[in-house]
Write a protein that binds this ligand. Structure first.
Ligand code: ADP
Length: 687
């Protein structure tokens, strides 16, 4: 309907031909409708155009053809605008706007002009000789119609869709002022009567400032509103034969005006589009700015919380002004709670106790004198401060010199952590360790002295019991003989215990460095001293790998092997003992293993058996003092190694004892000192 109405107005202004007008707003309406509503609105255009033309010419065929041309023009214009010029938002971006003017307004409108003029010519409604001029008029009418109308419809629709409300008071007032000024100027320029005082002045370019002003302040809406107002006033004036275009011949008068209007409006729209982009960018920037501010605030709060949880303060020192910035936690660490005051390097240093001040100064100087101080970081540095209430706290500081990019001046920044509690704890631990070592030494000393001094009286008891037994055998009664036997056995056992205790406490502290020995020699020594036992038990001892050279005391190492081997034989199951000995690389040392097929050890006893006098069986079941493993452990640890057992306690599956001996001279993964890779078995070695 609006297409029809606008068409009526347009055709009323036709000059050269009843059906051809330089003022053709329906083209703009058609394009806007297709852009906003979609291509499916084309029938509305066809019907509107047909009705308008039918009223003028009364000829249904030519009207139908013209309507077809108009519809096609709209569809092509809409397609080009959507494809190349941002569609319905074509007026919001200068580059889109230019493409819209070229494709949507100037190019597509050639179609309707060509179809229309051809139809009129064929129908005999327009002479062939004026084809070019008529075509030009038609084209211009459609093109300028698009430039005038489409932007306004698009902008209004966009604002309606986005529910943009009325402007606030200040903006409303300004809009009213701009509108009034624009309209006033338009009226003066185009409607001044021929005989008026202003008649002779070339005022025409005065119309430009208000439209640019409107565009600059109110974007595409301002530009298109001012444009439409200008068009209406200018066309009215020119038709009334007043204003700057009135003196021109009738044929070119409106054409020239339309050219002029098109140029001015496009200029206004360009400014409007630019403005739109600018406002959008500013809005986006403001949002980003707010977001950034919020994030900075959050981060700062997190940092402060982290500093307070970790009792970790941070500081920054300007190396030129020597001014210091402290974080909140710094003030708290220095005992000031929420109190704040300016700090300088000197005033901060004053709080450090005098003995520690010089060290801090030296550290700073060293850092600054480095060839590239900016890359340097100071090592952790402990110092003590005196709080305002007189207490002393221990702090650990770290610092680094930083250079802000592009600035010559250096700053220093660093952290300070209150480690008073940690230092107190460490020193308490150290005290306790020293105390333990001392009491341990005393105990060993005591064990040694006691067992040594017990030896002599025990020797007498043993000797005299033996004497009585031998001399008076059969002379006392049977009971007495039996009691004497018990007494002698107990004395023997006591000597065993004392001997073991003595050898345990006699084990000297490590005599570094140990000589380099072949572990095979130590093993052979152990096997030799166990020869009878092995034979009696029909034990099979296999050396599964060659044994390496190690740094160790030879007889001590032999003792370890001997204790492990004798246990392996002693704690045998009902099968004859099978013992496998091997060695392999372990970290930067060696791990020796002695595996048996004996009664095994339940996991809950794996620690306990290495303590002195700890046994899992009675003497009737298995003889022994419970000192063998304690002695082995003491020796291995003196060599710098570790000893442990693997066993699940199932009889017959046996146990495997492992011990390590560090060997730093042997690089990791190096070949065996015996040459070649260890081979699985050197054959059974039954002694
Ligand atoms: P002892 O052999 O004189 O009893 P040890 O200190 O050598 O003392 O051993 C402590 C205990 O560990 C033993 O009494 C025994 O119960 C257990 N044990 C040691 N070696 C083995 C082994 N190879 N198999 C089973 N049990 C073992």
């Amino acid at each position: 309907l609006s297409y029809f109405a606008a068409g009526r107005v347009g055709l009323a202004l036709a000059i050269t031909n009843a059906s051809v007008s330089t003022v053709w707003p329906p083209a703009g309406i058609a394009l806007a409708v297709l852009l906003l509503g979609g291509y499916r609105y084309w029938p509305a255009i066809t019907v509107g155009a047909f009705a308008v033309n039918l009223m003028i010419t009364g000829d249904p065929f030519s009207s139908a053809a013209i309507a077809g041309g108009n519809t096609l023009e709209g569809l092509v214009g809409a397609w080009l605008t959507v494809r190349y010029a941002g569609g319905a938002s074509a007026v919001n971006r200068p580059s889109d706007l230019l493409r819209f003017v070229l494709l949507g307004a100037l190019a597509s409108t050639m179609i309707a002009a060509a179809v229309g003029v051809a139809t009129l010519t064929i129908a005999g409604l327009s002479p062939l000789r004026s084809f070019a001029f008529t075509w030009g008029t038609w084209w211009l009418g459609d093109a300028i119609g698009v430039i005038e109308v489409t932007p306004l419809v698009l902008v209004v629709a966009e604002r309606a869709r986005a529910h943009v409300g009325w402007p606030d008071r200040a903006a409303g007032t300004e809009a009213a002022v701009v509108g009034a000024v624009a309209l006033g100027i338009d009226l003066v320029v185009f409607l001044r009567p021929a005989g008026s005082a202003l008649a002779g002045y070339p005022l025409i370019f005065l119309v430009l400032p208000p439209i640019v002003w409107a565009a600059f302040r109110f974007g595409p809406l301002g530009a298109s509103l001012a444009g439409v107002a200008l068009s209406v006033v200018a066309i009215a004036g020119t038709l009334l034969l007043v204003g700057p275009f009135a003196p021109q011949p009738v044929v070119t008068r409106l054409l020239d005006l339309r050219f002029f209007l098109g140029t001015v409006i496009v200029t206004g729209l360009l400014v409007g589009a630019e403005r739109y982009q600018r406002l959008r960018a500013e809005a986006a920037l403001a949002v980003a700015g707010h977001d950034l501010e919020r994030r900075v605030r959050e981060r700062t709060a997190t940092l402060a919380a982290a500093q307070s949880i970790g009792r970790l303060g941070s500081w920054e020192l300007d190396l030129q002004t020597r001014e210091v910035t402290w974080s909140d936690e710094m003030y708290r660490i220095y005992g000031y709670g929420e109190e704040r005051f300016p700090v300088t390097f000197t005033s901060a240093l004053d709080r450090v106790i005098p003995e520690d001040q010089q060290r801090i100064r030296t550290n700073m100087l060293t850092l600054r004198r480095l060839p590239d101080p900016a890359a340097a970081e100071s090592p952790a540095n402990q110092f003590r401060i005196r709080l305002p209430d007189g207490t002393i706290r221990v702090l650990e500081g770290r610092g680094r010199i930083v250079r802000t990019p592009g600035e010559a001046a250096l700053r220093m920044m660093g952290t300070v952590q209150d480690i008073t509690d940690r230092v107190a704890m460490v020193s308490a631990l150290e005290d306790r360790e020293a105390e333990l070592l001392r009491s341990n030494r005393e105990l060993e000393q005591f064990a040694y002295v006691a067992s040594h001094d017990l030896q002599e009286p025990l020797g007498l008891v043993e000797g005299y019991t033996k004497l009585v037994q031998e001399r008076y055998a059969g002379r006392l009664d049977a009971d007495a003989d039996e009691f004497l036997t018990y007494a002698r056995r107990a004395a023997v056992r006591m000597r065993e215990l004392i001997d073991d205790l003595l050898s345990f406490s006699r084990l000297a502290p490590p005599r570094q460095p140990f000589p380099r020995i072949d572990a095979t020699v130590a093993l052979d020594e152990a096997l030799a001293s166990l020869g009878a036992t092995i034979q009696e038990a029909h034990a099979e001892v296999r050396r599964e790998t060659p044994l390496p050279q190690v740094s160790a005391d030879p007889s001590a190492l032999a003792r370890v092997f001997q204790n492990l081997l004798s246990n392996a034989i002693k704690f045998r199951s009902d099968r004859p003992p099978e013992i496998r000995i091997s060695a392999e690389r372990f970290g930067d040392g060696w791990r020796f293993s002695v595996a048996d097929n004996g009664i095994g050890i339940p996991p809950e006893y794996h620690e306990q058996i290495f303590a002195i006098f700890q046994r899992l069986h009675t003497r009737e079941q298995y003889p022994g003092t419970g000192m063998g493993l304690a002695i082995a452990k003491k020796i291995v640890e003196a060599l710098g190694g570790r000893i442990w057992v693997d066993s699940d306690g199932i009889p017959g599956k046996g146990s495997t004892f492992h011990f390590t001996i560090p060997d730093p001279t042997q690089p990791l993964g190096g070949s065996s000192p015996l040459g070649g890779t260890p081979h699985p078995s050197t054959g059974p070695l039954t002694v």
